[in-house]
Design a protein around this ligand. Structure first.
Ligand SMILES: C[S@@+](CC[C@H](N)C(=O)[O-])C[C@H]1O[C@@H](n2cnc3c(N)ncnc32)[C@H](O)[C@@H]1O
Length: 258
């Protein structure tokens, strides 16, 4: 059973992706792949052109990076900001792995205050945690490289009037008066938690292995609309030239906050 305020628990047979200690161990021992799916250059291009295209943009981007782990993507984004004379200090990396946050914070120590990214340890499925990000909001861009993929493996959560509503996000509570309970998939819970931290011009830019990552999620669709889903050829590993190997694609999603 999920602890109060935490919107998930482990699904039967699923990997331990919902357990921060699982990730701590991988990051502390160097057993993580380092970059999930790919290095994220394509995502970086989408984020930079989104920021550059904002009519009111003043060189201080506010980006919430979901579950960065030990990926270098946040640093590449910050370096791209520095090259453009933008501030990097509006980039907020949030991971529930204390080890990922420790490594990330250590790497930022030498940076000038206007360039140093924030690193915060928080569970994106706990409203008690997510609400602490309010001082950094509203975000222009949500950056998500395969973190919603990991979160999609968590269990659904039922929320009813019997729950402690002070730990439930207002965007979730909104649905309760009309029904006795709501069942949220974990990606819907994430999307509802992101809603109070964002505004109408926020873009959620995600890379996923799934063709269906944001499909058929009615609670998500209350706040986010899918603008595009673009295939990106996945990097190939060592393959035998004798065998036919089908092409594998990842998907770049752009969602707009309604
Ligand atoms: C699949 S890995 C992706 C890591 C990184 N974005 C990359 O592309 O290499 C998922 C990351 O999300 C983090 N994570 C998973 N569930 C989370 C949650 N509920 N709240 C915060 N972080 C979470 C994990 O600790 C891990 O760093």
């Amino acid at each position: 059973m999920a602890e109060p305020g935490r919107m998930h628990s482990k699904g039967a047979g699923a990997p331990d992706y919902d357990d921060p200690k699982f990730w701590d161990f991988r990051f502390a021992t160097g057993r993580d792949v380092g970059e999930w799916l790919n290095s994220g250059e394509a995502l970086l291009d989408v984020v930079l052109s989104d920021l550059e295209g904002r009519p009111d943009f003043e060189g201080a981007p506010r980006v919430l990076h979901l579950g960065p782990g030990v990926s270098k993507l946040g640093m590449k984004l910050r370096d791209a900001c520095t090259e453009r004379d933008w501030m990097g200090s509006g980039i907020v990396n949030v991971d529930f792995s204390a080890e990922a946050v420790r490594i990330g914070q250590k790497a930022e120590r030498q940076k000038a205050p206007d360039q140093a990214m924030h690193w915060l340890c928080a569970d994106l499925l706990s409203w008690d945690h997510v609400s602490t990000l309010a001082p950094f909001a509203p975000f222009d861009v949500i950056l998500d490289k395969s973190t919603s993929d990991a979160i999609a493996t968590f269990s659904d959560r039922n929320i009813s009037h019997a729950d402690d509503l002070s730990s439930i996000c207002p965007t979730v509570q909104k649905f309760l008066p009309s029904v006795p309970a709501v069942t949220l998939s974990p990606v819907e819970a994430l999307a509802l938690h992101l809603a109070p931290l964002t505004h109408k011009n926020t873009t959620w830019i995600a890379l996923s292995y799934s063709t269906l990552r944001f499909d058929n999620l009615p609670f998500l669709a209350e706040y986010w609309s899918l603008r595009s889903r673009t295939p990106l050829k996945a990097p190939s590993g060592d393959v035998s030239s004798a065998a036919y190997t089908p092409e594998v694609f990842h998907w770049v999603y752009i969602l707009d906050r309604k």
